[in-house]
Write a protein that binds this ligand. Structure first.
Ligand SMILES: Nc1ncnc2c1ncn2[C@@H]1O[C@H](COP(=O)(O)OP(=O)(O)OP(=O)(O)O)[C@@H](O)[C@H]1O
Ligand SMILES: [Mg+2]
Length: 455
């Protein structure tokens, strides 16, 4: 027999609670909370029962094994997704308020609608007229895009089940609610439950689901981290205040690489792809300043040149500071210690600041040599020539070790007009082709520093 669940709700404001309270915490009224018998069978079962029960199937007999990804037509977006949108997949797009989540979703809808099947864009935050206003600005006028201003998950699923769109876009998951659960939209329980139901529904009904999630002050997608486990792909949309550039990162991807990034520029006509991000990240580079060197990074499958900047200045603190932006602080502390012991630089009374320009996060050990060279350059006030790039991992003995993907890094440096690259000797020995660059192979950081400021 089904259990009868008892909930309590406020007769004045509708606040619901799992236990009885004398005073409603929401509207402040006394004695307004009354007993309410919750439905024994949650309503969403209806949605689940709409699909036949699953049966075990042989792996070899599962149909649709050939991967057919839907393209949004936004090259950078498709690449970050791992080559397009996998049918029936669930994607979460997180980002700060106003960063452009609705914009990219609408632009993606345009591409998906071009395949001929309907795309359902559900907005819980804006009216149809407001979405239309944005769509007109972005030049999105596909007939197959349907707008729905709705916040009830049950109604959204009922409409989607009838319409059978190829993609269901929810903007945002924090505005959705289910009447089966107590709590206001945006509360942890509601967000998790609504996301869970929509993802399950999408997989069963064969539509790809996109959820927009707001980011909290702490930087996680509001509601719970569990949301990240529910979906197949988690994308973060980031950008620096005052800059028109936006970076789309895959934090989790069941169908592709997670280091992939896409770079966009926010314009009045929408988000435009930046085809040459290396050029963008180097565009504001000062030519003859000390404490900077370029590092050919690998982001996902793509090389990207970024500028590593360092500043060493005399410290008046008992414990000198090591502050980093875009680089791992522990790694910088380690590199400073190596510089001190193995290259004889007295950094013990220096505050060291390391910054990676353009808001890029470096998580490769291949950045060691570039960070080390820029710190030494700032400390000695020696300029590393502008056409120089450096990469390589540095060990505790001061030895410079080989790193993966040396060739794409060199190709990108050559393409961007760099003339000299300091790299690990063991990488240089294994190169299969010639590059129009002066290669400076090094085995130890002392060799690297001796070569760094040479013209
Ligand atoms: N006319 C315009 N010209 C240029 N940029 C614009 C224009 N209108 C809006 N924008 C840009 O679009 C951004 C808002 O985009 P969007 O509404 O997609 O963000 P969002 O992440 O969905 O925001 P929210 O969290 O409020 O839903 C603004 O911050 C602004 O940078
Ligand atoms: Mg929005």
């Amino acid at each position: 027999m089904a259990k009868v669940r008892i909930d309590y709700a406020c007769t004045s404001c509708g606040f619901s609670s799992p236990k009885w309270l004398g005073r409603c915490p929401d509207c402040g009224k006394w004695g307004s909370i009354v007993e309410e018998v919750a439905p024994a069978e949650p309503k969403y079962r209806v949605a689940v029962d709409a699909f036949p029960a699953s049966k075990p199937v042989r792996l070899t007999e599962v149909s649709g094994s050939a991967e057919v990804r839907a393209k949004t037509g936004i090259g950078e977006f498709d690449r970050v997704m791992g080559g397009g949108v996998v049918p029936s997949s669930a994607t979460l797009i997180g980002g700060d308020p106003g960063i452009g989540k609705s914009t990219i979703l609408l632009q993606a809808a345009k591409g998906l609608a071009r395949e001929g099947k309907p795309v359902l864009y559900v907005s819980g935050e804006e009216s149809e007229a407001q979405v239309k206003l944005r769509a007109a600005r972005l030049g999105v006028d596909e007939k197959e895009i349907y707008l729905l201003s709705e916040t009830s998950v049950e109604r959204v699923m009922a409409i989607a089940a009838e319409m059978a769109p190829s993609a269901l876009l929810i903007d945002s998951i924090q505005t959705m609610f289910t009447s089966d659960l107590p709590g206001a939209p945006g509360s942890v329980g509601q967000v998790r439950e609504c996301a869970g139901r929509l993802v399950f529904f999408g997989k069963k009904a064969g539509m790809s689901v996109f959820l927009v999630g707001h980011v909290t002050k702490e930087g996680t997608i509001a509601g719970p981290r569990v949301l990240e486990h529910l979906v197949d792909t988690v994308l973060y949309f980031e950008g620096e205040k005052g800059h028109p550039y936006r970076i789309l990162k895959a934090v989790k991807n069941r169908f592709g690489s997670t280091n992939e990034i896409g770079v966009f520029e926010m314009r009045s006509s929408g988000l435009a792809e930046v085809a040459d991000p290396s050029g963008l990240f180097l565009s504001e580079r000062g030519e003859d300043a000390s404490g900077t060197v370029v590092f050919p990074a690998i982001e996902g499958t793509r090389p990207l040149l970024v500028e590593v900047q360092a500043l060493a200045s005399q410290s008046f603190l008992a414990m000198p500071r090591r502050t980093t932006l875009g680089a791992d602080t522990n790694r910088v502390i380690l590199l400073c210690a190596i510089l001190e012991r193995k290259a004889g630089l007295s950094l013990y009374n220096q505050d060291v600041f390391v910054n990676v320009a353009g808001g890029i996060e470096l998580d490769e050990t291949a950045a060691d040599l570039a960070i080390l060279c820029s710190v030494a350059s700032s400390f000695k006030d020696q300029v590393i020539p502008a056409g120089t790039a450096a990469f390589g991992e540095v060990g505790l003995g001061g030895e410079v070790r080989a790193v993966p993907m040396a060739e794409p890094r060199l190709n990108e440096a050559a393409r961007m007009g760099f003339t000299r690259v300091i790299l690990p000797a063991s990488n240089a020995e294994r190169l299969s082709s010639k590059y129009p660059l002066t290669l400076v192979p090094v085995r130890h950081i002392k060799e690297a520093l001796a070569q760094a400021w040479k013209k």
